[in-house]
Design a protein around this ligand. Structure first.
Ligand SMILES: [Zn+2]
Length: 309
């Protein structure tokens, strides 16, 4: 049995998964939803108590920069109740199984280049626009984590000097203007009523000018930051995922225009900027891909060891 997590929920999947392919993804997600295990993201004790004890391997996608050496989330207001906790130790105590954890955007990137819009891309950026804003980077066909495994924190690029206070403690970060909660606040200020992000996205599709304008501005600002990232990384593809990506063209068109208008022509000549294909399944599928790859590595190591004896 493999266990996988996303930022918002935790799920279980088939006990017989040995590999991921596009044809298996719908089955996997059905398993996740039918497993009966969906825990609120902030309720760690409930989540852990609900876990079965028979998972053979577990991979978790956590929303925020992960301190891999201590298996803890760095400070992150998104996952209250999990901060500063050795997640891997907690899970290992419950599951007695190998545990793998990574940032949700990194695993979203892994899923999209394995199964989704970035299939076969060797250099890719996966941007996740949800409660927070982060990017998973794929370089030379491999996830790129950086020296301390916090690469891709584009949500904390400064776009408004002296702007709104960010959860990271600094001001004017991209995330303060384009995250789901930021857009909810902007629409609340305009309309005088608080709408969830999903409703705002629906209204944008239905033609609501305020919702379209807020999403378009989020796309424009994000595209400006991504232009600089693309100048640095020169990717083949930018895949936009997360809850806000459900806005489709109302987000992607201004994002693409800002990116292409600001990045070097040589950088963007062959660049594709597309929405993710895996939707809210991306994090879970990325966690599954991670767990499976580690499982395969473990099997390969055992085979090599047996040959040496
Ligand atoms: Zn910040």
């Amino acid at each position: 049995m493999l266990c996988a997590g996303t930022g918002r929920s935790v799920g279980l999947t088939s006990p017989k998964v040995t590999g991921l392919s596009r044809s298996t993804t719908s089955t996997l997600v059905a398993d996740l939803r039918e497993s009966g295990f969906v825990a609120e993201r902030s309720n760690r004790s409930t989540a852990l108590a609900s876990l079965p004890t028979w998972s053979s391997r577990s991979a978790w996608a956590l929303p925020g920069p992960v301190d891999a050496s201590h298996h803890r989330l760095h400070d992150s207001a998104i996952l209250e109740g999990w901060m500063g906790v050795d997640v891997a130790a907690d899970l290992r105590e419950r599951l007695s199984a190998p545990i793998h954890i990574d940032n949700d955007a990194n695993l979203g990137a892994l899923a999209e280049v394995t199964l989704g819009a970035g299939r076969r891309a060797r250099t890719a950026i996966y941007l996740q626009l949800s409660s927070g804003v982060g990017a998973g980077l794929v370089v030379a066909g491999q996830p790129f984590h950086g020296a301390t495994r916090v690469a891709g924190e584009v949500g904390h690029v400064t776009v408004a000097e002296g702007g709104l206070l960010c959860r990271c403690g600094r001001r004017g970060c991209l995330e303060t203007l384009v995250s789901g909660p930021a857009i909810v606040e902007q629409i609340t200020a305009i309309r005088g009523e608080r709408l969830p992000l999903a409703r705002i996205v629906d209204l944008a599709h239905a033609g609501d000018a305020d919702c379209r304008a807020a999403i378009a501005e989020a796309g424009r600002l994000t595209g400006m930051v991504l232009a600089d990232v693309c100048n640095l990384l020169n990717p083949e593809i930018v895949v936009v995922g997360g809850e806000l990506s459900g806005a489709g063209q109302w987000l992607l068109e201004p994002l693409r225009a800002a990116l292409l208008g600001r990045a070097l022509p040589a950088t963007t000549r062959d660049l594709r900027v597309v929405g993710g294909e895996l939707g809210d399944r991306a994090n879970c599928l990325g966690a599954l891909a991670l767990a499976i790859s580690r499982s395969e590595q473990a099997v390969a190591a055992r085979i090599r060891a047996s040959r040496r004896t």
